[in-house]
Write a protein that binds this ligand. Structure first.
Ligand SMILES: C[S@@+](CC[C@H](N)C(=O)[O-])C[C@H]1O[C@@H](n2cnc3c(N)ncnc32)[C@H](O)[C@@H]1O
Length: 280
């Protein structure tokens, strides 16, 4: 694991907020990824023989499109957390540092998703806090790509970690075990640099792992094949659907979210700047 160390917490927060505001228009997650993540998680619950739980908390969700994609594609509930105070203006978003537990929403979600853990000052603290949002039978999904997650790459992307080491940290700190790592949809990973080699890594809670393994369906290879099939089916369904309608919905919501940002920016920025003592 490689890290950029900050002088203090204020410097860390400042780096995150400034970068967040600069990149507010960019959405990293793609909706095919959200579709695949939901389909595979649902299949895992089916195999375990327990009620499907697609309520999802997303950690580090910038402009709010991330929880929106999950909601649009079938999650029962979706919330995004982000350290930047401006996100409080955007639907489905809540301003909170994802290293810190928050008892009000503890234990309320079945799934947790993040592609932003490379912004952690402590991966161990982040991953432990992540488990507190979740039910006993739950899944953590971390996206990992060689280009984005292997080494620190800027003032805000302060942590780099290899794929295997990430699995080790998650298991050591939380007891959640790697269930499967799926290559992202080729259409995305072939074309765009950041997504090259992108893996969706699914980690199961100890209780869900036990149920998956003690089931008659328990042969590991059978489970893996079934999860891959769920992902392939989801992509097929997406390709066969009227994507134009989906794209229009997404564009509408994007303008809506950005309008909250534009409205709030001026006065919230004043506060943010004052709060973090940023030189302008
Ligand atoms: C790479 S961007 C995420 C993009 C988003 N997940 C997406 O797919 O569009 C990282 C986000 O994490 C947020 N972030 C950084 N540190 C954080 C922290 N400690 N707690 C919560 N959010 C944080 C940043 O403000 C930024 O919006």
């Amino acid at each position: 694991m490689e890290k950029i160390n900050y002088e203090n917490y204020k410097m860390y927060k400042q780096a995150q907020i400034v970068t967040h505001l600069k990149k507010i228009a960019i959405t990293w997650i793609s909706w095919p990824s959200a579709k695949c993540i939901l389909a595979v998680s649902k299949r895992a619950y089916e195999i375990a023989g327990i009620e499907t739980n697609t309520s999802i908390i997303c950690l580090g969700s910038r402009n709010g499109m991330e929880p929106y994609y999950f909601e649009l594609l079938g999650a029962s509930r979706a919330l995004g957390l982000d350290i930047c105070p401006t996100v409080g203006l955007i639907p489905n978003m809540y301003s909170h540092d994802f290293h810190e537990v928050k008892p009000e929403i503890a234990g309320k979600y079945g799934l947790a998703y993040s592609n932003s853990y490379d912004h952690c000052y402590s991966l161990e603290k982040f991953i432990k806090a992540t488990t507190t949002w979740l039910h006993d039978d739950s899944i953590i999904i971390l996206d990992w790509s060689p280009e984005d997650h292997t080494s620190p790459s800027g003032i805000a992307d302060c942590l780099g970690i290899g794929s295997n080491e990430l699995n080790e940290v998650v298991e050591k700190e939380t007891g959640f075990k790697l269930l499967i790592e799926l290559e992202a949809w080729k259409f995305i990973s072939d074309r765009i640099g950041h997504y090259k080699g992108l893996l969706h890594k699914f980690y199961c809670s100890p209780s869900l792992s036990y149920k998956l393994n003690s089931n008659s369906f328990s042969m590991r290879q059978k489970v893996i094949d079934s999860l891959k099939e769920a992902s392939d089916n989801a992509m097929k369904q997406l390709l066969e659907s009227n994507q134009q309608v989906l794209i229009e919905e997404i564009e509408k919501r994007y303008s809506y979210n950005m309008s909250f940002f534009d409205q709030g920016k001026a006065f919230v920025l004043e506060d943010v700047m004052a709060d973090i003592n940023l030189e302008r």
